[in-house]
Design a protein around this ligand. Sequence first.
Ligand code: AMP
Length: 249
Amino acid sequence: MKVLVAVKRVVDHNVKVRVKADESGVELTNAKMSINPFCEIAIEEAVRLKEKGIATEIIAVSIGATQSQEQLRSALALGADRGILVETDAKTYPLQVAKILKGVAESEGASIILLGKQAIDDDNNQTGQMLSALMNASQGTFASEVVVNGDKVTVTREIDGGLQTVELSLPAIITTDLRLNEPRFPKLPNIMAAKKKPLDIKTPADFGVDMSSKLSTLKVVAPAERSAGVKVASVDELIDKLKNEAKVI
Ligand code: AMP
């Protein structure tokens, strides 16, 4: 069973991002870039499926600029068998990414396609759902447990106030939630071995996808600065302030 994992290059989650002066986005010059954390969880799940003898091959795919090869190499160090970079300098939006992933999944004959539930840069939470619609395939989003039984996959989903368990037929699209697993750290020999693993370069046109989007970002602004807090001396003072200053009670 082939497993495809979508890996997005994003600004590292530890970086405190700054909005660009022209409000066109966040400043990425010299910022540390990493694999989107939810995609790391997706790779880990694929590797566990291979360790259980369920997955036979793990293919990591990224859509983006040439530098996304770094994140694909990291995915290879974590256990993916080969990588595919669909190279584009265009900003990637969920619909275009989903169309490309459909092309890759179908040409590879992937049975399970694992994605993060969201990319932490744009917070779209759309790509997996769009891919499922385009492929007319079943989806299990926000997965906190994945169990493969023959040609079915049972996915436990994290939903408001509880858990929902769904059974999917293959091919299935699964998006990962935070509690699905804890990704391993790559070992040095695996980092070295990853340099020799195959990494193919394709273009969106190879999958018949036009990267122009009907969506454009108008502006990005930083959240308003929080004003400094005050310490109150007593509960009575707090209640007084809430009533008469904040006027919330
Ligand atoms: P999003 O819908 O943008 O929040 O992204 C959800 C998931 O879709 C990510 O965690 C990735 O698994 C996948 N994805 C989104 N954009 C890309 C991309 N440019 N390349 C590879 N995978 C992507």
